[in-house]
Ligand binder design. Structure first.
Ligand code: CP
Ligand code: NVA
Length: 321
């Protein structure tokens, strides 16, 4: 049966580990898999190269380039469809779009707003659908983040990750769900009104009970940070949530001002803590320049790992078709 990757918990802990193992393998041997090349075991051409549709309803640098490069590395053809370039969403329903795409492409990757849209696409598609960021989750980013933590810390289970900032956004939700799936202790801190919704906390808590991880949600950044092995943050203003005036923007910055990852925050984490940011970053707001550009930052490895993690994910999903 076709597997999709719409939310972090679509993978069990064992499956997540398989994908991270494969990602490391592909990082060291980037062209060792011909998943989309249409070659048989002896390298003979069979069905021809396969196409992967990568659809963007929101802007992107990393996701766009890493999927395009990854699909090419795997022998396939990336078909990048920018915002407003297809009939999807205005002239044609998600279901009808899925029915057409599944006849022509081997995987559908989609960055969009509503998680419900991704669920509708997956329900109508016989080919795997991958969430390339929605308002609710960014699961591909988390595969890259976990790979980066594993490379720098040697392990995942048992580590403590502190996320500071907009704890109601897609990254906070995915840190909770993917982190506990890996057996980590995930603490998220944000101001009241910007904390994860109860259904996400419940899902994370249930998964944590299976893996030995744990969940902590707080408005106090210090409670999240104490002795953390990994410190993570993200923009205070996500795509699609831009304030409609300069005053509203200033009010947002003010609301989040005590949740920035700066030197004082890092002093509360473990001395060898690593810092993650999915990027793009706003220096002087959610992260200080001397932190993101300093020795504890692993954000450039994290960005590169989007490529390796997503290649592994695509191979893994195609192996299960
Ligand atoms: N981190 C991330 O998804 O970056 P882009 O928005 O540039 O794709
Ligand atoms: N929370 C951010 C992540 C960007 C990769 C956003 O949705 O804009």
């Amino acid at each position: 049966m076709t597997r999709h990757f719409l939310i972090d918990t679509d993978l069990t802990q064992a499956e997540q580990t398989q994908i991270l193992d494969l990602a490391l393998e592909l990082k060291h041997a980037p062209y060792s898999r011909d998943t989309y090349a249409g070659l048989d075991d002896h390298g003979a051409s069979t069905a021809g190269r396969k196409t992967v549709a990568v659809i963007f309803d929101k802007t992107s640098t990393r996701t766009r380039v890493s999927f395009a490069t990854g699909i090419a590395d795997l022998g396939g053809v990336p078909l990048i469809i920018g915002a407003g370039e297809s009939q999807l969403g205005h002239k044609e329903s998600i279901t009808d779009t899925a029915r057409v795409l599944e006849r022509m492409v081997s995987t559908i990757v989609w960055r969009t707003y509503a998680q419900k849209g991704l669920e509708e696409m997956a329900a109508a598609s016989k080919v795997p659908v991958i969430n390339a960021l929605s308002d609710d989750y960014h699961p591909c980013q988390l595969l890259a983040d976990l790979l980066t933590i594993r490379e720098h810390k040697g392990t995942l289970a048992g580590l403590t990750l502190a996320y500071l900032g907009d704890a109601a956004n897609n990254m906070a939700n995915s840190y909770l769900l993917a982190g506990v799936t890996a057996g980590m202790h995930v603490r998220v801190a944000g101001p009241a009104g910007h904390l994860p919704r109860q259904s996400v906390i419940d899902l994370a808590t249930a998964r944590a009970a299976e893996t030995g991880g744990s969940v902590l949600v707080t408005t106090d950044p210090g409670t999240a940070l104490v002795s953390a092995d990994v410190v993570a943050t993200d923009t205070w203003i996500s795509m699609g949530q831009e304030p409609d005036s300069a005053d509203a923007k200033d009010a947002t910055y003010e609301l989040f001002s005590s949740y920035g990852v700066d030197g004082a925050a890092m002093a509360q984490a473990a001395p060898d803590a690593v810092v993650l940011h999915c990027l793009p970053a706003y220096r002087g707001y959610e992260i200080a320049a001397d932190v993101i550009d300093g020795p504890q930052s692993v954000v450039w490895d994290e960005a590169e790992n989007r490529l390796h993690a997503q290649k592994a994910l695509m191979v893994w999903l195609m192996d299960r078709r």
